[in-house]
Write a protein of this length. Structure first.
Length: 490
């Protein structure tokens, strides 16, 4: 746990300007404003100052100074995160990696790419395309999000079902520790001796170190890729069809689902030709050889019709395939056009519970008096409910938070977890007490202390204080008792 910094803002800025271009040591309120939040804009805080170093050595010096003076440090990529994981600390430094934006090497024979953390996700595939290769994980924000941020949150994307999350596509990560040392975890080999620290660092939300270089695996572009779009007249049928596809031994490149709110919003935005009357929509992409794709497409179409699909359509060209995915990938901003604000949740459930959880969410939507649009990675059960609200209406954001908390609790109750790829950050820190025991949370604290004894890296995020968890559980218990009493008395 950090204590109060032992240096003033002016003194800190002066030290940084001795080795960083003074233009990139930001102290004035107006220029700091864009850094006050990430994509989760409901949680904001102005930092003490912002620095944009250009070299690993400069990052090391920043960390050594901050460690010496007990100054919190929040590493930041493109700011597209959705859990307030990059929200600044009011007495701390935002360390932006925006200038670390070079693709350092692509090895087409080894099928690897060596990258600085500020390289955009999509830029990796764009550069690798000349070798017939691409990078697998493809978050919806891939046009803007950076590989360093992807490592911090263990990001996935629409093709994560077949090709895995960020952790499955990494070889090694170079990072600067809280004390300013450079360490590398992982290796060029398929395996390495000792503990799997690479998996520990991936998804650690900037709590264990500042990523300065990443080495990723690249994949050969498939010979053929086609998408089957299926519309259903109920969420139940759509959810059941997901399990039907997997049970037939088909592992799609992507298997995505949208409900009626998301279908109409995305189609209005992207003009993708979605069946607007459908209550649920599945996009199932199959890739591989021509023969393999033909076989699996036919099977997928048959499965969808068996589960009551009212519309089944398969892409006939690369342009049509891209358009169908454009609607899905633009669903988040598209939903923003039908509501003043929306709150994007992120929980994961077993596939068998999809229909049950989606039905329960519809009921909860009525209970809380708030609309919810569902857009998610159906193949691996990673939900992204978008709760629609108006922050200008007093009390509506608080009701939205309560709705979101209930969704996450539901995910845990059916055997899932409170996040899939967005991380915990500030947004879900209360729900950590639902999923983990005090003993498990203590282990998280012990790991954090091993990497960051002074607790200066992204404090207040990811792992809650045990006292807070006990207070939260006590409050939850009281509320549950009250609900039982009210129910007993009619």
């Amino acid at each position: 746990m950090t204590t109060k910094p032992t240096v003033s803002k002016a003194q800190l800025a002066e030290q940084f300007r001795s080795f960083i271009d003074p233009r990139f040591v930001i102290t004035d309120e107006e220029t700091k404003k864009p850094y006050e939040c990430d994509g989760m804009s409901m949680y904001c805080e102005m930092p003490l100052l912002v620095v944009l170093p250009e070299t690993v050595e400069q990052v090391q010096r920043v960390m050594r100074i901050c460690n010496e003076h007990q100054v919190p440090v929040v590493a930041r990529g493109a700011g597209t995160g959705l859990s307030a994981g990059a929200m600044p600390h009011k007495e701390g430094v935002v360390l932006s990696l925006a200038k670390f934006n070079r693709i350092m090497e692509i090895d087409p024979l080894a099928r690897t790419a060596r990258l600085q953390p500020g390289v955009r996700n999509l830029a990796i595939s764009e550069e690798a395309a000349q070798y017939g290769l691409y990078y697998g994980p493809d978050p919806s924000s891939q046009i803007a999000c950076t590989i360093g941020g992807n490592v911090a949150e263990n990001s996935g994307g629409v093709h994560c079902l077949k090709y895995g999350l960020t952790v499955h596509n990494l070889l090694s990560v170079e990072m600067v520790t809280a004390e300013g040392d450079v360490v590398t975890v992982g290796s060029d080999g398929l395996d390495a001796c000792g503990m799997d620290l690479l998996a520990l660092v991936t998804g650690s939300e900037g709590l264990l170190g500042v990523v300065t270089e990443v080495k990723v695996k690249l994949l050969p572009k498939p010979e053929v890729a086609r998408v089957v779009m299926a519309g259903f007249d109920s969420v139940q049928n759509g959810g059941d069809a997901v399990g039907g596809v997997i049970s037939h031994g088909i592992i799609p490149g992507g298997l995505e689902m949208m409900d009626s709110h998301a279908i109409v919003a995305a189609d209005d935005f992207a003009k993708a030709g979605y069946p607007r009357e459908a209550k649920a929509l599945l996009l199932c992409e199959v890739d591989g050889t021509e023969e393999e794709v033909d076989e699996h497409i036919a099977q997928a179409e048959e499965v969808f019709r068996k589960f009551g699909a009212t519309t089944v359509r398969t892409s006939r060209s690369e342009e049509e395939r891209a358009l169908l995915w454009k609607g899905r990938k633009s669903a988040f901003p598209a939903v923003g056009r039908i509501s003043p604000d929306y709150y994007c949740m992120d929980g994961t459930i077993p596939r068998r519970e999809l229909a049950n959880v989606l039905t329960r969410m519809e009921e909860m939507s009525e209970e809380f008096g708030l609309r919810v649009a569902n857009v998610f990675h159906a193949g691996d059960g990673n939900l992204h409910p978008l709760i629609l609200f108006d922050a200008n209406v007093p009390g509506e954001f608080e009701r939205t938070e309560a709705f979101g908390s209930s969704i996450l609790k539901l995910c845990v109750d059916v055997g899932g977890c409170i996040t899939g790829e967005h991380g915990v950050g500030v947004e879900k820190i209360r729900q950590m007490a639902i999923q983990f025991s005090d003993e498990e949370l203590q282990q998280f604290h012990d790991v954090k202390a091993a990497f960051d004894p002074a607790g200066i890296l992204n404090p207040g995020k990811g792992v809650p204080a045990l006292r807070f968890c006990q207070e939260y559980r006590s409050l939850e218990h009281k509320q549950h008792k009250q609900e039982q009493t009210e129910a007993a008395h009619g």
